[in-house]
Design a protein around this ligand. Structure first.
Ligand code: CA
Ligand code: CA
Length: 271
């Protein structure tokens, strides 16, 4: 039998035998709406494993998720997902930062176990992030750290290196103070929301102008609007009213705000 025929026969037998796939995928997702993650809110980020075939057994998987830690803080509650066998659910090799301003949730390399492998797709690891300051950014899987190995059914002691495909970035936005409609600007429409909500004593929402999230819409929320008025990402967006970059102050809002400021600035009564 010629060599080419031997190779063809080998290839055919491999296909018939269902050679394990040589690729797995990782993707990022969150049940929380991270496109408008309000200050102080916590969102769980899931790292999901996919493309594992019915006969495949994953023995090694390495990956890191990178994001701006100045905005999303240090990851907390890092935990193995449901597909990770119990004895493999060791604490992750977790670093608090990868570079200036960058946080790093690094998932461990699993050691080959003769009895416990990952054999299902699903959530591989999860971690929580908490909005620490306004800004925009993305959570991405670091391409330099992606690595996976599957069990070779022909030789269990010689794992197969699997190609790891990373899903797209998970974009997030922690709204700027007073961006009541969370559209990445502080403009006229936000002013209208604060104006209309001004004076609400309790139960007010972000959309109604409660930027400091203490339940009311008062002079502090108004000042957040005034300080950030005209901000936009990217710059230049937003609807700026005729006042050319300054917050319009209709009589009612002005009087209420000034009244509040007067209270703030009132000096203690002298002796
Ligand atoms: Ca806005
Ligand atoms: Ca408030």
């Amino acid at each position: 039998m010629k060599r080419t025929t031997l190779l063809s026969a080998f290839t055919a037998s491999v296909l018939l035998a269902g050679w394990p796939c040589l690729a797995v995928t990782l993707s990022l997702s969150s049940a929380h709406d991270v496109s408008a993650l309000l200050m102080g809110d916590t969102a769980r980020i899931d790292v999901t494993l996919g493309e594992l075939g019915g006969e495949d057994e994953l023995v090694v998987l390495e990956a890191s998720a990178l994001f701006d830690g100045a905005i999303l803080g240090t990851p907390t509650a890092v935990a193995a997902g449901a597909i990770v066998p119990g004895s493999l659910a060791q604490p992750p090799d977790f670093a608090t930062f990868a570079a200036p301003g960058q946080a790093d949730a690094s998932f461990v390399t699993f050691h080959v176990s003769p009895i416990e492998h990952i054999i299902n797709t699903g959530v591989f690891y999860s971690f929580d992030v908490t909005a620490a300051q306004p800004g925009v950014g993305s959570v991405v899987l670091d391409g330099l750290t992606l690595h996976a190995e599957l069990v070779d059914p022909q030789n269990p002691f010689l794992p197969i290196i699997a190609n790891v495909t990373a899903g797209g970035p998970l974009d997030f936005y922690v709204p700027m103070y007073a961006d009541t409609d969370t559209d990445k600007d502080v403009d006229y429409y936000d002013y209208v929301a604060v104006r209309d909500g001004f004076g609400t004593p309790a139960g007010a929402t972000w959309a109604q102008g409660d930027s400091d999230r203490d339940g009311d819409v008062d002079v502090y929320d108004y000042l957040a609007l005034k300080v950030n008025f005209g901000w936009a990402d990217p710059p230049g967006q937003g609807q700026i009213p005729p006042a050319q970059g300054t917050v319009p102050e209709p009589a009612t809002l002005s009087l209420l705000a000034l009244g509040g400021l007067a209270l703030i600035r009132r000096r203690p009564a002298g002796p």
